[in-house]
Ligand binder design. Structure first.
Ligand SMILES: [Zn+2]
Length: 348
């Protein structure tokens, strides 16, 4: 809204607190893969508005009010996407259910939540199969972004890199609709990679390196990716990545990547945010907490929740008031242009 009092937009929230009925339905769906006689119908899932309201009011909304954030871009629980389970039909039904629930939350709390879609990806399946769901979520549900899983196998990495033409149908759709994608893996089914501690951070780092190796943004100059979890290891190793880009005869990363990729602030301690804000240009940093998510405890060194990332952004010495306004509000409105349109309509 203004430099003095920005809207605090959290670009990374998931519906991790959905009523139990959702998980129970999913478990039946998974059982139905082996035994079609127990496969549930979509209509078997019944969750009332009151149940949805309670699951948000007692959780995310309470914390948003306590911490002083206004609006969350809200997508289905990432670890539950589990694109490796079943075939594309299983994924399509599951994505459609999860996206609809996020839409309903955004309708119940229009001032506090706006949707981003999970995709009905499935290992080895042409990403074209996701386009109808993207259209539906943007046009019918007013969603402002998507989560794109670069590894639908769940930790085995057998899809082509993000720069491969394999993914182009999704990118063409993103450009057409002017929506960004958060590059976000799901649960790891590879025992070597802990889901949120290793697989997520690996994927963020891997995505950055894939983008350095390729020339994707030459083909799609307006394509926008959000690299979550503070960009994985990339900001910490920015010198390595600048050096590798140089070896590969790529342009400077400012030209090669930073018109198109953005890092969120889901880094759960002050030194991490200090590093991010020192190394990465402020125009490429978006406020986010991924609350309520992977790390739910209180840091005994500070007495505050690890994922209360707003306080780190406020405390870092590397941001002026104007730059904080960019991180909290202006950058999100620029990257998520449909969010900006929605806020403008509300006079915000
Ligand atoms: Zn996430």
């Amino acid at each position: 809204m203004s430099l003095q009092k920005p809207l605090i937009i959290d670009v990374h929230g998931h519906y991790t607190t959905a009523p139990k009925a959702l998980e129970e339905w999913r478990n039946k769906q998974i059982a139905g893969i082996k035994d079609p006689t127990v496969m549930p119908k979509v209509a078997d899932l019944k969750i009332s508005d009151d149940e949805l309201r309670e699951s948000i009011e007692l959780n995310q909304l309470t914390k948003m009010k306590e911490r002083g954030s206004d609006l969350t871009i809200f997508s289905p629980r990432a670890s539950f996407m589990a694109h490796h389970i079943g075939d594309v039909n299983i994924s399509s039904t599951w994505a459609s259910i999860c996206n609809e629930l996020c839409y309903r939350v955004s309708q119940l709390f229009p001032d506090h939540f706006i949707g981003a879609a999970m995709l009905p990806q499935s290992p080895g399946v042409d990403p074209k199969t996701c386009l109808a769901e993207i259209d539906r979520c943007v046009h019918d549900y007013g969603m402002v972004g998507i989560n794109l899983n670069p590894d639908p196998s769940g930790g085995h990495w057998n899809s082509p890199p993000l720069t491969d033409r394999h993914w182009y149908p999704i990118y063409e759709k993103m450009v057409e609709l002017d929506i960004p994608a958060m590059i976000h893996v799901s649960t790891s089914c590879n025992a070597c990679f802990h889901t949120t501690g290793a697989h997520y951070i690996n994927a963020d780092t891997t995505a950055v390196m894939q983008l350095i190796q390729g020339d994707l943004f030459r083909d799609f100059p307006t394509l926008k990716f959000v690299i979550p979890h503070g960009g994985g290891a990339a900001p910490y190793h920015w010198g390595r990545y600048r050096g590798l880009a140089q070896e590969l005869k790529k342009p400077l990363l400012v030209e090669h990547l930073l018109k198109n990729i953005f890092f969120d602030t889901c880094v759960y301690h002050q030194p991490g945010i200090d590093l991010l804000t020192k190394v990465i240009p402020v125009d490429n940093i978006l406020f986010a907490s991924e609350m309520i998510g992977a790390v739910r405890g209180i840091d005994p060194e500070t007495g505050h929740y690890y994922d209360d990332t707003k306080r780190y952004v406020l405390a870092t010495p590397h941001l002026s008031q104007e730059q904080r306004y960019k991180v909290f509000e202006a950058n999100a409105r620029r990257v998520y242009s449909r969010l900006d349109v929605a806020l403008n309509k509300k006079g915000l």
